[in-house]
Ligand binder design. Structure first.
Ligand SMILES: [Zn+2]
Length: 199
């Protein structure tokens, strides 16, 4: 491997930790960064630190936010009878992009995965059940990804929630098996919501 001065080697190492970035791209990005204007580099570093320092998970829905509860949870114009359950915060962004859904969200931060020893207690399930206590919510739309763990999670939630008389639906199969809702195009996602099935 080529020898680089330590600051460059460390920068390459940091970039290489990002998903989808190999050694070659990391090296290219590191050299690009070194060539950037001071202001831009300072801004970049400040943005990294601020994203990490100022964002946390909403105590109600688990979404990433810089206020608590988040803007969605506190928005009085949103429909409080429906909760859209997703695996990750980025799935909330995907849904908000299509601008059709006006209800609330719940972010699980993962899926139940018996194979990997992830139990319901390891993800953000308990607070979802707590949210259902005051009987405002009448429908839960489960939008976990179409993977085996996503399915197992949907089934578990349905078993927990249905006895409370709350309608539990699952996104329609417009989405390819194994695909992430994050990457679904807007029409596909919107159709999947429209054609959701009760489970
Ligand atoms: Zn929230």
């Amino acid at each position: 491997m080529a020898y680089y001065p330590e600051p460059i080697a460390k920068l390459i190492e940091s970039y290489a930790k990002l998903p989808g970035i190999g050694q070659k791209t990391a090296t290219r990005l590191a050299f690009y960064t070194i060539g950037m204007q001071d202001d831009d580099v300072n801004g970049f570093a400040a943005n990294l630190l601020s994203a990490k320092r100022d964002l946390h998970f909403c105590s109600v829905c688990g979404n990433l936010t810089d206020s608590d509860p988040c803007n969605i949870c506190t928005d009085e114009s949103r429909d409080r009878t429906t909760i859209f359950v997703v695996e990750e915060s980025k799935d909330v962004l995907a849904m908000e992009r299509i601008r059709e859904y006006t209800g609330l969200y719940h972010v699980l931060h993962g899926t139940i995965s018996p194979m990997n020893g992830v139990s319901p207690d390891d993800i953000n399930v308990k607070s979802l059940i707590t949210r259902l206590m005051d009987s405002t919510v009448t429908e839960i739309i489960i939008a976990t990804n179409a993977t085996s763990d996503g399915e197992a999670t949907a089934m578990y939630l349905a078993r927990m929630i249905k006895p409370a008389g709350i309608k539990v639906t699952r996104l329609a199969r417009g989405l390819a098996v194994g695909s992430d809702i994050e990457y679904a195009d807007e029409v596909t996602l919107s159709k999947a919501v429209e054609n959701r099935q009760e489970i």
